[in-house]
Write a protein that binds this ligand. Sequence first.
Ligand SMILES: C[S@@+](CC[C@H](N)C(=O)[O-])C[C@H]1O[C@@H](n2cnc3c(N)ncnc32)[C@H](O)[C@@H]1O
Length: 288
Amino acid sequence: MSEEARPFIKWAGGKRQLLDELTKGFPKFENYHEPFLGGGALFFRLEAEGQIKKAYLNDSNPELINAYSVIKTDVFGLMAELASPSYANNPTAYYKIRASNPTSRIERAARFIYLNKTAFNGLYRVNSKGGFNVPFGKYSNPKILDSENLLHVHRALQKDELYCGDFTNSLKHAKKGDLVYFDPPYFPISKTSNFTSYTKASFSEKDQERLMRAVKALDSHGCYVLLSNSHSNFISDLYAEFEPEVVYASRAINCKGDKRGKIKELIVRNWEPQIAQRKLVEEIVASH
Ligand SMILES: C[S@@+](CC[C@H](N)C(=O)[O-])C[C@H]1O[C@@H](n2cnc3c(N)ncnc32)[C@H](O)[C@@H]1O
């Protein structure tokens, strides 16, 4: 029996594959911030390792944050809802729930988790009107109600704060010594790789630049900043001063959902020893 909270949904761009790279040479930090939370792979890893004192978690997807929030405050109501026979794994139940538009927080969270477990590829994709448009996934035995993990997640979230909105939302709480991990929608490396439909709005070049400015502001504020993004010249140039590291990740979900294999990604950190050293040299040179 697992004692630790694990991600309770599958999420496009999930970071399970990169966790070892991301946590390499990790600093000791105060509070944790994850402004593009998604499935929260890194958050749950750090939580399991007992590294999180308090976390500020944000995502712009309202259904996702509603699910986290219901697990935090109403986990038993959610478990009772998911246990109802209406959440069966068959096409009739699936298309009925997909077409529904519940207003109660608990029913919305149950619908979100159910669709995530039973939809094709576990993909949460919305069209330009915000509708969920993924077909039934035909999984033989998906764990629609995972009570044990929901209870672990419930416990883990008690000390944390949840926000729903733009990534800038939760940053006002970031203090010196805190760690901020940014995992934004990736900058598309080709015309066919632009999976950016987690929400109605997509993430543009202007947004990537806005994010780079936020990273630099947090860096000068004394925060530890970690960021993952696609291996592209645009992103390498934006973060050139942090000397991004190229890593290899296995990706199961992309826009076609059928291409699997190792692809190059970028990790940006502001605490690599060589960066600290270079800044010191620059300061010494500037003071002469
Ligand atoms: C690459 S995914 C994060 C994946 C996550 N690290 C994981 O392990 O599952 C990017 C997330 O950013 C969210 N997002 C998109 N635009 C955003 C914005 N402007 N501000 C905050 N979150 C945003 C999406 O809803 C999505 O969950």
